[in-house]
Write a protein that binds this ligand. Structure first.
Ligand code: NAP
Length: 264
């Protein structure tokens, strides 16, 4: 449903220390805006906060792991008390999957990916949601992936975590309809970042993190339920469930990949 764009003054972005999250911080940084920036790497987070301040914004850094629910909730509730959040972008995420030797992810890797990408995001939004509901105002954007629509052979837990987030976001959007709190789910294709550096394989339609941030911000401003891009890959991902398994397997051969392990 098209609706008037909200004006965002107090914005929280998780996963702000690199890639898409850092680009979103740069995009929204402006005089009169306060950014709450979350990530694990204090040094990279500090550099993003400094860029935001140079653009005239205020910035509060939360160097923490989204799996640490106590620290995460304390930071977000503290930030919200000082700066009532009107835009929350739950973007922190990791990729794991098939390794160069062909081995598939083990149980620990699957758990870690789902804890960060899905439970980290739900813990994030639930720390901020009561304040938004009480104020009857706000927008929550959950950064999922096209892998939510078209599960990726080489990253089962990643696909599951992102499908879970898509489903959660769509249901939450419906549940909050009429309360003034909006929810969008972002489904990017390939974007230049440390994550795609660790993804060894063909990445068609790859765009810069700054371009992704602009598309995400435009989709949020239009209150889109699902912000999927690039357009062609989004359309292909949408029809995947209707394509016979054997055809899909052949069609996706060219985008098989392996992951170079990072500190997850
Ligand atoms: N790049 C793509 O092609 C692509 C496509 C679809 C969806 N996405 C999604 O976009 C989001 C951003 O990814 P990106 O591509 O920008 O990758 P990135 O450059 O690796 O950034 C990931 C961000 O998430 C943070 N993060 C990871 N684990 C965390 C944890 N446990 N606690 C707190 N922060 C954590 C990282 O912070 P630290 O490094 O400081 O820990 C970093 O700021 C992810 O959710 C990803 O799944 C990306």
């Amino acid at each position: 449903m098209a609706a008037a764009a909200l004006v965002f003054r107090n914005i929280v972005i998780t996963g702000a220390s690199s890639g898409i999250g850092a680009a979103l911080a740069r995009h929204y940084a402006a005089p009169g805006v306060t950014l709450g920036l979350v990530g694990r790497d204090a040094g990279r987070l500090c550099a993003v906060a400094a860029e935001a301040r140079a653009a005239g914004a205020a910035a509060v850094e939360g160097a923490l792991d989204v799996r640490d629910r106590v620290a995460l909730t304390a930071f977000l509730i503290g930030f919200d008390a000082e700066h009532p959040v009107d835009l929350l972008i739950a973007n922190a995420g990791v990729l794991d999957g098939r390794r160069a030797d062909g081995s598939i992810e083990d149980a620990d890797a699957a758990r870690r990916v789902i804890e960060i990408n899905l439970l980290g995001a739900t813990d994030t939004l639930h720390a901020v949601l009561p304040g938004m509901r009480a104020r009857g105002w706000g927008h929550i954007a959950l950064v999922s992936s096209l892998a939510a629509l078209s599960p990726v052979t080489d990253a089962p837990a990643y696909s599951a975590s992102k499908a879970g987030l898509l489903s959660y976001g769509k249901a939450l959007r419906a549940a909050l309809a009429g309360e003034g709190v909006r929810v969008s789910v972002v489904c990017p294709g390939y974007v230049v970042s440390a994550m795609t550096d660790s993804h060894i394989g063909h990445q068609p339609g790859k765009i810069s993190a700054d371009a992704a941030a602009r598309l995400i911000a435009a989709g949020i401003a239009r209150n889109k339920a699902v912000i999927g891009f690039p357009r062609v890959l989004y359309a292909l991902a949408m029809i995947t469930p209707f394509v016979p398994e054997a055809i899909n397997r052949v069609a996706t051969r060219g985008i098989r990949f392996h992951v170079v392990p990072r500190d997850l």
